[in-house]
Design a protein around this ligand. Structure first.
Ligand SMILES: C[S@@+](CC[C@H](N)C(=O)[O-])C[C@H]1O[C@@H](n2cnc3c(N)ncnc32)[C@H](O)[C@@H]1O
Length: 368
């Protein structure tokens, strides 16, 4: 964490749980919200879901939890401390600004040196009748009037960003805790990594897999089909102790090179191994993986099934109670059956479109 980030969090350890909302990506109806909840669980934050709807999650948690979760999540745009919410109903834009100003004592929230910005977002096309710049200006003017011009607006370098988010029926107003910068995964694109092989995951998708596994910084994360290390790079960046294995020694070497490049301080452990006979003795909590697909031959489908059954049986021996396997695969694989045969519970099984011709399934499996 940089000093600036620490400063913006203030005395986080002393802060009680409050309502925070997460604005989520629309890439999938369920996965972004499952991802946020998986991080909260994995990092053992106390939380309670208050409201869940399309691309929106309202949770009672600490400021640290809201910050850390939004920062870690691949498909979360921002987290915001909730200050006020109301139905939009037939309110005019001016009414919305006025109702916010009546509920909030900006003089108490803003400190002398603060410079603020107001931004309006919406889920899909919710309430486009309230034009963003008009509402932003109306709220900005009210803050200016209330505080007698003491606190300055600053669109470029604000110390506080106020957010209005329109959902289907309501608007939520609050103070932003974290917002994801555009391009935050770009430098790890597969073709920019020191070692590149086709078939590796895009960094955002790899991060999703890590988060779904509920991996915790400081603890082990294993990818037993590590390939060029797409998943492991993301695990190392969030601070996990990385364990990688693969049948192909070139992948082990390449994966190591990639980890050394993006996370030089990580004390990653690699071993050449068949995922059917993993050599690890540690009891680990999280596996995130992306086994070979083998769509190309007709018999390979069955081979994949056998491989996965043996891998799951083996993984059960090294996973802790409640340990998780987050796994990506093609549609044809009967994951429900494999999981039942090998002593796991399939907590989530979601279909996601990668691009026009490519659909993948993601399973989150917990040791029974
Ligand atoms: C799809 S790639 C993994 C990509 C990786 N998750 C990433 O994002 O960079 C699958 C990998 O599984 C490895 N593999 C295939 N069969 C295996 C087995 N039985 N045990 C371990 N690794 C195996 C292949 O060598 C390949 O590197």
């Amino acid at each position: 964490m940089t000093n600036l980030e620490e400063a913006s969090l203030g005395k986080i350890t002393e802060q009680p749980n409050k309502p925070f909302f997460f604005q989520l990506s629309g890439i999938h109806p369920e996965l972004p919200s499952i991802e946020v909840l998986s991080i909260l669980k994995g990092e053992e934050f106390q939380y309670k879901i208050l409201k869940e709807e399309s691309q929106f999650l309202l949770v009672n948690c600490s400021k640290l939890a809201a910050y850390q979760t939004a920062k870690r999540a691949a498909y979360c745009r921002r987290s915001v401390e909730l200050l006020y919410r109301s139905e939009v109903g037939s309110k005019t834009t001016e009414n919305i600004a006025k109702s916010i100003s009546e509920q909030i004592d900006f003089g108490k929230i803003l400190q002398k040196e603060d410079r603020f910005k107001v931004r309006v977002y919406r889920i899909g096309k919710a309430h486009e009748e309230h034009v963003s710049i008009h509402l932003e200006k109306a709220i900005g003017d009210i803050i200016w009037e209330h505080t007698k011009g003491e606190y300055k607006g600053d669109m470029k370098n604000p110390t506080i960003t106020f957010i209005v988010l329109f959902t289907e029926k309501d608007f939520f107003f609050g103070r932003e805790t974290f917002s994801k910068k555009k391009g935050s995964f770009t430098d790890r694109r597969p073709d920019l990594r020191p070692f590149f092989k086709p078939g590796t995951l895009e960094p955002r998708f790899a991060r999703l897999m890590v988060n779904l596994s509920r991996a915790k910084p400081g603890e082990y994360l294993l990818d037993p089909f590590c390939g060029p290390g797409g998943i492991l790079i993301e695990g190392a960046i969030i601070g996990c102790k990385i364990l990688g294995s693969d049948l192909d020694n070139r992948m082990i070497k390449g994966s190591k090179k990639n980890i050394d490049h993006y996370s030089p301080a990580n004390n990653a452990g690699f071993v050449m191994s068949d995922a059917k006979q993993l050599p690890f003795t540690n009891k680990i909590k999280a596996i995130a993986t992306d086994p070979p697909y083998g769509r190309s031959t007709s018999t390979y489908g069955k081979e994949i099934e056998d491989l996965l059954i043996q891998f799951f049986q083996n993984a059960k021996q090294i996973l802790q109670k409640d340990g998780i396997i987050a796994i990506g695969m093609f549609e044809e694989v009967p994951l429900q059956e494999i999981v039942e045969k090998t002593g796991f519970i399939l907590e989530h099984f979601e279909k996601i479109y990668i691009h026009r011709s490519l659909t993948r399934r993601i399973g989150v499996c917990r040791v029974k």
